[in-house]
Design a protein around this ligand. Structure first.
Ligand SMILES: Cc1ncc(COP(=O)(O)O)c(C=O)c1O
Length: 395
């Protein structure tokens, strides 16, 4: 049977990881792979997570199935973390999912069950997995303009113009914060415009939030999502704990839906658990149980918030340092956007040829589209990176 299969195209980021690993230059820099790195270049297990895992090891007395919803305490805590204290949560239902990707996929399948002809609008550009996940869920995709390369900011007027074409059969996927790959984000006023547009046009907002706490803070990063939730009748949210809890490989995420009424939300939830039952059945427990322990224990939560602050402040200070070095080196404000962007990523505006030169001549690894992971930049290499970038860009 398998003779019919041709090799699938390779994943560019995985190829980049392999090339970086094989590079023997001791001073190479990895700005490609999308994981947080501390000042030692490590991606450690968070202290709050270690402590929760220790308690879990002592307290957990069974590995029996938990059920289709996963850890219900985790789901409740995640709804609180995302939506804050608001009555709309009476219409919100949640299912633990294997990572943000798993949440995106099962919500995609829920959309397909509700409307098999639905189209999901994706930002141009977006996280490369959005398209495949939605298509594999049986949906069609379209794109809306998002990023202006010349100013490295959001093309908001063009985005709104495009979304005026979206209607009741459409779903608009928005990055909750820390847009991947661009680093350029919506202001709260722009969220307001989009919420009004969703109500007027009748499209369904679908918010993917994978970096809550990495931008301006836990509450600040959820502000757009909360504004939208307060305005629209229905909404979907895919949340990931991979980055803000550092639980990448444990696969922890949460799929949330807000219905027009509690009854509709309950019916949709039963369809969502029927989706999971027909695929992986139940999500993995361990990481979600650790997150539940952290979010429901005030001391552990405070410890986690402190670690999250450390991660965010490190990225903000690297952003400022790099913007300053690029300003000095180029004698221009062309790269000031680096300090204004939020989250782990920024699109630097480099061509694939310039990215290749950075790799070959300077041992600097970046994704082909010019995306950098700011957390991958060691403090003492900021100047080196800035000089190399300006050199290959001729600035
Ligand atoms: C925008 C975005 N959404 C979702 C995810 C999914 O993360 P995971 O499935 O690892 O939780 C990522 C991960 O890089 C992401 O960048």
């Amino acid at each position: 049977m398998f003779e019919t299969l041709k090799p699938a195209p390779g994943d560019k980021i995985l190829a980049l990881i392999a090339a970086y690993r094989e590079d023997t230059r001791p001073d190479k820099i990895d700005l490609g792979v999308g994981v947080y790195r501390d000042d030692k270049g490590a991606t450690p297990v968070l202290r709050a997570v270690k402590e929760a895992e220790k308690r879990l090891w002592i307290e957990q007395d069974s590995k029996a199935y938990l059920g289709l919803l996963g850890d219900v305490g985790f789901n409740e805590a995640m709804v609180g973390l995302l939506f804050g204290a608001t009555t709309v949560t009476e219409r919100v239902r949640a299912v633990q999912a294997p990572g943000g990707s798993g949440a995106l996929r099962i919500l995609g399948e829920l959309i397909a069950r509700a409307n098999k002809d639905a189209t999901v609008w994706l930002s141009d550009p977006t996280w490369p997995n959005h398209g495949p996940v939605m298509i594999n869920a049986g949906l069609k995709t379209k794109t809306y303009p998002y990023f202006d390369a010349a100013s490295a900011s959001v093309r908001f007027d063009a985005m709104v113009e495009a979304l005026k074409q979206a209607g009741p059969g459409d779903v608009v996927l928005l990055h909750g914060c820390c847009h991947n790959p661009t680093g350029a984000n919506l202001t709260i006023d722009q969220w307001q415009v989009l919420a009004d547009l969703a109500v007027e046009r009748g499209f369904l907002p679908f918010i993917d939030i994978a970096y809550q706490g990495f931008g301006d803070g836990l509450e600040e990063d959820a502000a757009g999502l909360r504004l939208m939730a307060g305005r629209v009748p229905e909404m979907l949210v895919a949340a990931s704990c991979s980055k803000n809890f550092g639980l990448y490989r444990d696969r922890v995420g949460c799929a949330m839906l807000m219905g027009a009424s509690a009854e509709q939300a309950n019916a949709s939830l039963s369809q969502l658990t029927s989706v999971t039952r027909g695929s992986y059945s139940m999500p993995p427990d361990h990481g979600a149980a650790a997150v539940r322990m952290i979010l429901t224990d005030p001391a552990l939560k405070a410890a986690w918030c402190k670690e999250l602050d450390e991660m965010r402040n490190r990225m903000l200070s690297l952003r400022q340092g790099l913007a300053d070095a690029l300003r000095r080196g180029s004698n221009s404000d062309k790269y000031d956007f680096v300090a204004e962007h939020r989250g782990m990523f920024s699109l630097m505006g480099t061509t694939s040829d310039q990215v290749r030169r950075l790799r070959e001549e300077f041992g600097i690894y970046m994704v082909d589209d010019g995306r950098i992971n700011i957390a991958g930049l060691p403090e003492d290499r900021v100047e080196y990176f800035a000089k190399a970038l300006l050199k290959v860009c001729g600035d």
